[in-house]
Design a protein around this ligand. Sequence first.
Ligand code: UT7
Length: 315
Amino acid sequence: MKILGTGSALPKRVVTNDDLAEFLDTNDEWISTRTGIRERRVLTDETLQSLAETAAKNAIENAGLTPQDIDFVLVSTVLAETLSPALAMDIQPAVGLKCMGVDLNGGCTGFIAALAVAEGLLAMGRARKILVLSAEALSRFSDWTDRGTCVLFGDAAGAAVVGEGDGVKDVCFRGEPRREVLFANTDPGNSPFAVDPRPACFLKMQGQEVYKFAVSHSFRDIREMLERAGLQPEDVDFYVLHQANMRILEAVRTRLKVGEDRFPHNIERTGNTSSATVPVLLDELNRAGKLKPGCRVILNAFGAGLCTGTALIEF
Ligand code: UT7
């Protein structure tokens, strides 16, 4: 499999840390020093679906393809706007697609998981060109009264078109079931037969537990992938890591002992957009002309589950 093109889309509304301080007991100094986030984009009158459609169109165009060339769509999302059909089907009329589409939820690791599923479909000859897309609207299930979580998140969509090739050198996933550390329940519905319905619930998180998990597991998984490939950390041009906290990125970077130029980030502008962080950052690098032929990139993300995903890609 290789990545043929990328795309992304962000909501138009910029929400700064000062904007949040108007209704939360927080301030720009706390948020920016503890997380690196200065602003995030939040859905207002747009829909998550419209963001996904824009990212999809951009990626197909960037790949030099037409929508008719795409024969499978995989969407990573923690929560779409509708339960059914899948977002991967709902975006198809506006994008001009006409094929099978499936949503999957791998938390913040979802984009890398979807890439791996795409790789399997291509290898089995079940599809030839696949649109892999992450679309996330965390603003829709963040608790906007909880300063410990809502300040972290933003909304975004990022996409890649993949086809046959040998760009993916290694992929690795790990899970460590620890639900209580990061979870969000769905609306309990109104079944008259439910004995003990779960309460409606926003995203809940034990921040420090997630932080410790992220630093140790991201570093371990990247180091092991480098060892398997016989590479030194500086042999990788870019480490495209899940944008959850600038301090997490810095902790992993200093453990790997590589320069800041190899650790691109956009968290200061976007906040944490769950599984969309990796493809959005990848698209920014691509559009800046930085993903040149032969360029080596490591993707790495961690998230609810808890789980991690890492991939080594050569362009
Ligand atoms: O996709 C994965 C998603 N999750 C993550 O990646 C989260 C990883 N964890 C983190 O990024 C950090 O743990 C946080 C940024 C969430 C929190 O930073 P921290 O340094 O671990 O702070 P803390 O939770 O220990 O809180 C320190 C203090 C507390 O006050 P007291 O008890 O010391 O008086 C909090 O109540 O900071 C307070 N606090 C805030 N103050 C101002 C928590 N949130 C805020 C806030 N503004 N927004």
